[in-house]
Design a protein around this ligand. Structure first.
Ligand code: MN
Ligand code: MN
Length: 300
């Protein structure tokens, strides 16, 4: 169990992440730069005294996850785009991780978007202590298939521990047969993905998000200084060049990737190029009914 002080840190991270998510989603309009939305979302998180748990992911259409704008990114939203905003804040390692989906200018994908939201909200009704994780998968899969779509089976929610975004349990989006029960004190991210494609993602081209996988050796003192900066600023969390307050971060990051110090995350793309929607909440398993952490000031 978390003590009251740590629980307050988690609550703050959750609320700030949720407000950032809503700000980001509200900005998604035709012609707006993805870069500007990411900067707004992350700027808000920092302005509230939180740190980024990962760069704001803005993944469009068949890209399910892991796109974040580069330093000079010129991409803009187009009519008909289905846009996932996935952001995370932390306070002393306690993470709020949350996502939502919006469509640009059309209503062609309302069903697909509402389905992922309904799946997420259905889980929120019963998630708590003693629930076997497969039951979450059963609920997600059932809700999504009822509407004629597929859950993405090889993407899942996850347990969160201090300074560890993906820790321990996987929270499936279908019945994976895992009878492990949720326990009091766990922090859990539930994130159903729905698609009109096959329901599987494959790794695409390398994205802009990295994490530290090895401490060294680093011979070049300038590179070592940059490494020390990212370790101090982002700790164990994923980050990107845009979030680095450090000159030539893109070039330095590429060097560290080549040295095997950093690993970059590939874009995750739906196998049949299906359109993908996603909603995510972080909850705290306080008892039979979990406390949902990523509720915005607007109440959702
Ligand atoms: Mn997320
Ligand atoms: Mn997550």
């Amino acid at each position: 169990m978390l003590d009251e002080k740590d629980l307050e840190k988690l609550r703050k991270a959750g609320r700030v992440a949720a407000n950032a998510r809503e700000k980001g989603m509200a900005m998604v309009k035709e012609g707006v730069k993805l870069f500007d939305v990411a900067e707004e979302v992350e700027g808000y998180i920092r302005s509230q005294g939180c740190k980024l748990a990962f760069p704001c992911n803005i993944s469009v259409n068949e890209i399910a996850a892991h796109y974040t704008p580069s330093v000079n990114d010129k991409l803009t939203f187009e009519i008909g785009d289905v846009v996932k905003i996935d952001c995370g804040a932390h306070v002393d390692g306690f993470v709020g991780d949350t996502a939502g989906t919006v469509e640009v200018g059309t209503r062609r994908f309302t069903d697909l978007i509402d389905t992922a939201k309904e799946a997420r909200n259905t889980v929120m009704e019963f998630i708590g202590e003693g629930i076997p994780v497969r039951e979450i998968g059963v609920a997600v899969n059932g809700t999504i298939q009822k509407h004629g779509f597929q859950p993405i089976r090889n993407l899942s929610g996850h347990q969160i521990k201090p300074y560890c975004l993906h820790a321990g349990l996987s929270i499936p989006n279908f019945d994976d047969g895992n009878d492990t029960k949720l326990e009091q004190g766990m922090i859990i991210a539930c994130e159903p993905f729905a698609t009109n494609g096959e329901g599987l993602i494959v790794a695409g081209r390398p994205g802009n998000i990295c994490r530290i996988i090895r401490e060294g050796p680093i011979a070049d003192p300038k590179l070592q200084d940059f490494f020390d900066y990212i370790k101090e600023e982002f700790s164990t969390f994923p980050f990107c060049a845009r979030s680095c307050d450090y000159p030539n971060a893109t070039v330095l990051m590429n060097k560290l990737v080549r040295h095997g110090i950093l690993s970059s995350y590939a874009l995750l793309v739906e196998k049949k190029k299906g359109c993908v929607s996603q909603f995510e909440h972080t909850v705290y398993i306080s008892g039979k009914r979990a406390e949902v952490m990523t509720i915005s000031d607007a109440g959702y």
